[in-house]
Design a binder for this molecule. Structure first.
Ligand SMILES: [Fe+2]
Length: 284
């Protein structure tokens, strides 16, 4: 699958990782798309020696030997911040890391990742709840913390075309273009994350309007076609909270890479905010 193969996105993650290190990032805090907690709680990774959950269609030698670097101190700080904002948050000392997070770290930081904290989703998948998780951790953006949301712009496994993968192990092979419902939602997602391509706000995003646009994605008529389940949308809600205060109005946003996989699955890579060393490019 894409996370294990060479792709534009993998190259972009490497570039993002290089920039993060050049800018002195000391912590990574991530929300993925595969760890959800039942009930009304949320959890933070606190396993001092996490294993890696296996991933389908990716050869284990691509990830087995990579050393995970759990950030127990930051995890407990994140947990405390969530609690003081009213979340029923707790540390999970047994959680093993999943491919939605560790495969990205491997691509970004092949020589070893900065200490990393993973935050779960809540399995009720309330967009505003996950936006609020981001907003309450937003103060950490002024420290040497890199936030990553790992999900999918268009992600409906039931509507993917699996034949090239099953027959030829070719996740990027497709016999027809992506279907209209997938292209339409991809455009909605891009407009929500980084705004429109025209006008004076081109390339600019952030602020409460970002939060409104991103949380509204789940109310669009085409949403359920594009996302059969809600799990791969939550990290974008998290990011909208992180970058959605009034002080964030006008921050840079870029779509840095995009790979369509299994015909109808859009894996789009966005960066919001700006580094002091290294610029964004707005390629699309
Ligand atoms: Fe996934």
């Amino acid at each position: 699958m894409m996370l294990g193969e060479e792709s534009q996105s993998a190259n972009y993650w490497k570039k993002c990782g290089d920039l993060a290190l050049a800018n002195g990032i000391e912590h990574v805090v991530m929300m993925g798309a595969h760890w959800a907690v039942l009930g009304d709680g949320i959890e933070v990774s606190g396993n001092p020696k996490p294993e890696k959950s296996p991933v389908a269609y990716v050869k284990p030698e691509k990830y087995e030997s990579y050393a995970l670097n759990p950030d127990l101190q930051m995890s407990s700080r994140v947990c405390d911040m969530l609690k003081s904002s009213g979340f029923k948050a707790s540390i999970n000392e047994k959680f093993d890391w999943i491919h939605d997070t560790y495969l990205i770290l491997i691509r970004m930081f092949p020589s070893g990742s900065p200490p990393t904290t993973i935050i779960s989703m809540n399995a009720r998948y309330d967009p505003h709840y996950h936006m609020k998780v981001g907003s309450c951790l937003r103060p950490l953006r002024s420290e040497k913390v890199l936030f990553i949301g790992s999900g999918g712009a268009v992600h409906n496994l039931y509507r993917n075309k699996w034949a090239p993968m099953i027959l030829y192990r070719d996740n990027f092979g497709f016999a027809a273009p992506p279907e209209a419902w997938a292209l339409d939602f991809r455009q909605e997602f891009k407009n929500a994350l980084i705004g429109r391509d025209d006008g004076e706000m081109k390339g600019r995003t952030g602020g409460p309007e970002l939060r409104r646009r991103v949380t509204a994605l789940m109310k669009l008529p085409g949403y359920r076609d594009a996302q059969a389940t809600d799990d791969h949308m939550m990290s974008s809600m998290f990011v909208s909270g992180l970058c959605g205060a009034w002080e964030d109005v006008g921050i840079l946003g870029e779509l840095g890479a995009e790979d369509w996989e299994l015909t109808n699955m859009c894996n789009a890579q966005f960066t919001l905010g700006q580094w002091s060393i290294g610029n964004l490019s707005n390629q699309f």
